[in-house]
Design a protein around this ligand. Structure first.
Ligand SMILES: NC(=O)c1ccc[n+]([C@@H]2O[C@H](COP(=O)([O-])OP(=O)(O)OC[C@H]3O[C@@H](n4cnc5c(N)ncnc54)[C@H](O)[C@@H]3O)[C@@H](O)[C@H]2O)c1
Length: 270
C-alpha cells in the first residue's frame, strides 16, 4: 500500500495502549478511522479531534459475534468500503498455572484474542478484497512464537492468531492476490496496561509489568505497524521481538533453559 491518507482503516481495541496510538497516528496521516472497544473511547475521540478526519466508533464486546458483525456492516455503510483492518483488541489472563485455569477463562480469552480476529476478518474480508489496495493486520505477540510459562491461554491464542494470519498470507501468495497484503505483528514488550488489567495477578505479575514498562512506547509500536503496511512487511517485529523469534528458531525445543535463566537472573519465581 503506497499511502494511508484518505484510506478507511478499522482498528479494534482502540481505547488504550497500541490501539489508541494506532488511531492517533492514522488520523495524523490523514486516514479515515473506524474504531471500537468494550471500554469508553472518549480519550481516543479527544486525541484525534484536532486532525479533522472522518471517523466512526462503537462500544461493544468483540467476543459478541453479532455485535461485531453489526459493527462491520455499520462501518461499511458509513464509509462505503474499508481498505485496512487492524485486529488489535486483546487481553492477557495474567499470571496463572494451568491447573487453575477454568474452562470459562480459556473460552473468554479465546473468544476475544482468537475468534475476535477470525470473525472480524471474515466480516470485513469481502470489502477488503474488492479494494484496489488493501491490508489486513493481525496483532499476535512474540508469545505467538516463543511460549512463556504461566501464560498458557495467552500463548495459545497468540500462536493461533499467527497460524491463521500466516495461512491466509500463503493462500493470497498462491492465489496471486497481490493487491491485498496480510501482516502478522509480533510485539515484544510495549509499555501498556495490559498486564495490570489482567484477571489474575500472581507473584510474576509485578516483575512482568515492570518489563513491559521498559519496552517500546505504544506510539513507537503504532508507527512500526503503519510503516510495515506501507513497506509491505509480512511479519512486523516490535522491541525485543526479533530476539525472541531468533531464540525460538535456534533452540525450538530447549529455549526454556534461556527463559528459566532470565527469570532467575531477574529473581522471578519459576
Ligand atoms: N503490551 C505488550 O507488551 C504487548 C505485547 C505483545 C502483544 N500485545 C498485543 O497488543 C494488543 C493491544 O494490547 P495493549 O498492550 O495495547 O493493551 P491494552 O489493554 O492497552 O489494549 C487492549 C485494548 O483491547 C480492548 N479490549 C479488551 N477486551 C475487549 C473486548 N472484549 N472487546 C473489545 N475490546 C476489548 C481493551 O479495552 C483495550 O483498549 C493486544 O492484542 C495484545 O495482546 C501487546
Amino acid at each position: 500500500m503506497k499511502k494511508l491518507k484518505d484510506k478507511v482503516v478499522v482498528v479494534t481495541g482502540a481505547s488504550s495502549g497500541i490501539g489508541n496510538a494506532l488511531v492517533v497516528e492514522l488520523a495524523k496521516a490523514g486516514a479515515q478511522v473506524a474504531f471500537c472497544d468494550i471500554k469508553t473511547l472518549d480519550k481516543t475521540i479527544n486525541d484525534i479531534a484536532s486532525c479533522k478526519v472522518k471517523s466512526y466508533h462503537e462500544i461493544f464486546d468483540i467476543a459478541n459475534a453479532s455485535d461485531l458483525k453489526q459493527f462491520a456492516e455499520n462501518v461499511i455503510a458509513h464509509f462505503g468500503h474499508v481498505d485496512v483492518l487492524i485486529n488489535n483488541a486483546g487481553i492477557a489472563l495474567g499470571d496463572i498455572t494451568f491447573e487453575k485455569v477454568t474452562e470459562q477463562d480459556f473460552e473468554k480469552i479465546t473468544d476475544i484474542n482468537y475468534y475476535g480476529v477470525v470473525k472480524a476478518t471474515q466480516y470485513f474480508y469481502h470489502t477488503l478484497l474488492s479494494r484496489p489496495e488493501a491490508a489486513l493486520v493481525n496483532i499476535s505477540s512474540t508469545q505467538g512464537i516463543l511460549a512463556l510459562p504461566y501464560l498458557v491461554p495467552y500463548c495459545t491464542t497468540k500462536f493461533a492468531v499467527r497460524g491463521f494470519t500466516d495461512a491466509l498470507r500463503i493462500e493470497h501468495k498462491i492465489r496471486k492476490i497481490k493487491h491485498f497484503t496480510i501482516h502478522t505483528v509480533h510485539p515484544g514488550a510495549v509499555a501498556t496496561e495490559i498486564s495490570v488489567n489482567a484477571d489474575y495477578q500472581g507473584p510474576r505479575s509485578k516483575p512482568f509489568n515492570e518489563e513491559l514498562q521498559k519496552g517500546a512506547s505504544p506510539t513507537h509500536a503504532a508507527k512500526k505497524i503503519l510503516n510495515g503496511i506501507i513497506n509491505n512487511t509480512p511479519r512486523i517485529f516490535i522491541s525485543d521481538g526479533v530476539f525472541q523469534d531468533t531464540l525460538a528458531r535456534l533452540m525450538p525445543t530447549s529455549y526454556h533453559h534461556v527463559v528459566s535463566l532470565i527469570m532467575k537472573l531477574k529473581k522471578v519465581e519459576t
